[in-house]
Design a protein around this ligand. Sequence first.
Ligand code: URA
Length: 204
Amino acid sequence: VAEPTDENLRDESLASLRKAAQGCRACPLWEPATQTVFGEGPENARILVLGEQPGDMEDLSGRPFVGPAGKLLDRALADLGIDRSQLYLTNAVKHFRFERRGKQRLHRNPEASHVQACRSWLAGEIERVRPQLIVCLGGTAALAVFGKDFRLMEQRGTWQTLHDGTRAFATVHPAWILRQPENTQQKAYANWLDDLRLLLNSPA
Ligand code: URA
């Protein structure tokens, strides 16, 4: 699928969407990346967790949230008693955007155009999984779900209702917490847990 559109993906199952996304050429990010990192988790998951884009380890393994940010997410889920295997985890952008610095591949933020190019995949995932709740991790995920007028730091941790009735909220990205200075990191983590706790007390 060179150009994913809602139209030509309408009748596909989640499994065939995943397969089709492997050949996506809708933006230039596919070329330097190793592979498309599609979402994973049960097709009937109640909660969909949306990240930004795969990182270095996700790009290599083909799975979302397996690197350092994923490890912090795992810790938060454990602290809250949420079973990761019950969640559908995916990203707004499905290829790793990076720049090479010697042997290292350094993360670069995706642009709105990359989010736009990827949106049929995300829409396809949301349509098939039909989660009751969506949690957006970070500004890129929030952009993909709420649009460009959403203000992450002002609106984090507050329920929003999407046009189809799905409840959703955004909070900061685990990689942002990992970037906080040592003296404020614990507090940032505690505040993040407070936001994520909404998943346990969701509105009906
Ligand atoms: N960061 C993300 O946003 N998603 C991943 O899958 C990994 C790191």
